[in-house]
Design a protein around this ligand. Structure first.
Ligand SMILES: C[S@@+](CC[C@H](N)C(=O)[O-])C[C@H]1O[C@@H](n2cnc3c(N)ncnc32)[C@H](O)[C@@H]1O
Length: 321
């Protein structure tokens, strides 16, 4: 049995909308507010079509809203990733593309604070770093993933999570407890980076679905993506927009809602806009929010990406072009 009051609270649907749907579709209401399990899938499919649920729920949760552009429906918030996801309605987001701030690499490699973010360290606030790190214990990561699962739509939900080699070894397997992992994609950065034993030239992306069988757009897409890393980026760990575009091209339809709870410099938001998707995201850091706001508004107003002025593609043709 499902209580209508709980559905309203959890999924952020308006009471009158739900009641009309139940009446119009002759769905029996037992004990004045319960519906049986057999009708729930139909109710959920209806709920997933309802717009504005995200905004209404976030407003109620008094989320720290930092930027909103109605036209393209791009909203960014300043918050901790888990706390932000907890404020979103269930089954409300079509696609999550995200690049979390893992602390494992610094700890395990004992590179010391600021080493990974290299020359940015002197500008930082906390121990010479620009931004805080997400606590990536298995327990915390499992909470993060279960919230991602809850907010992703059951019918269409796909998720892409970026990993470095160390976080992949320690946390990659946890993803399988929550999602159907479909592939491990390699992002080949083309140019060599730092590293004590073999210099790093790649990162990983886990691609998974939320238990549904929705396919990606094209069966011929490869699982190695070649895009140059961004040198002298204004934001440390800024990824090429093309990396996120690859995810969104493969997994989104026009007007899908894309979510990134580790926004950074908003590369994922620019990719979502380029793909005519709605975007919602958050980051904990002041600097991220400040840069993201101006990057997104410049892009929407003038079509200019101020943080990535040229393509990072190296092949004649990108696989999705
Ligand atoms: C690897 S960066 C993302 C870079 C981004 N993909 C880009 O292209 O610019 C990770 C981001 O997570 C943010 N972050 C760290 N801890 C966080 C937390 N607990 N909740 C939300 N964001 C967090 C950091 O401020 C940082 O901007």
């Amino acid at each position: 049995m499902y209580r209508t009051s709980e559905i309203i609270e959890q999924y952020g649907i308006e009471k009158n909308e739900l009641t009309s749907y139940l009446i119009d579709n002759n769905i029996p209401i037992i004990n004045e507010e319960e519906i049986s399990k057999k009708y729930f899938q139909a109710v959920l499919s209806f709920i997933e079509t309802k717009e504005n649920r995200i905004e209404q729920k976030l407003e109620k949760a008094e989320a720290t809203f930092k930027y909103n552009k109605k036209k393209n429906s791009v909203s960014i918030y300043q918050d901790d990733a888990i706390s932000f996801l907890k404020k979103l309605p269930s089954s409300s987001v079509d696609l999550i593309v995200t690049d979390p701030a893992y602390s494992g690499m610094n700890n395990k490699l004992k590179l010391g604070s600021g080493r990974i973010v290299g020359k940015y360290s002197d500008k930082g606030k906390e121990n010479g770093k620009w931004f805080g790190e997400f606590e990536d214990s298995e327990e915390n990561y499992a909470i993060f993933l279960s919230e991602c699962k809850r907010v992703l739509k059951k019918s269409t939900g796909h998720i892409y999570i970026m990993f470095d080699s160390y976080s992949l070894l320690s946390l990659g397997n946890v993803v399988r407890d929550h999602f159907d992992v479909k592939n491990l994609i390699t992002w080949d950065k083309v140019n060599i980076g730092m590293g004590h034993y073999y210099r790093r030239r790649h990162e990983y992306v886990i691609f998974a679905t939320n238990g549904n069988t929705r396919k990606i757009k094209n069966r011929s897409f490869p699982d190695v993506w070649r895009f140059k890393r961004i040198h002298s980026a204004k934001y440390p760990t800024q990824k090429p927009v093309e990396v996120f575009q690859s995810m969104i091209h493969a997994s989104a339809e026009k007007d899908f809602t894309v979510c990134d709870p580790f926004l950074g410099s908003a590369s994922s938001a620019i990719a979502a806009i380029k793909n005519n998707c709605n975007f919602i995201g958050c980051d904990i850091s002041d600097k991220s929010i400040e840069l993201s706001r101006s990057r997104i508004s410049e892009y929407l107003e003038k079509g200019v990406d101020v943080l990535q002025t040229k393509s990072m593609a190296v092949d004649d043709k990108i696989f999705w072009e």
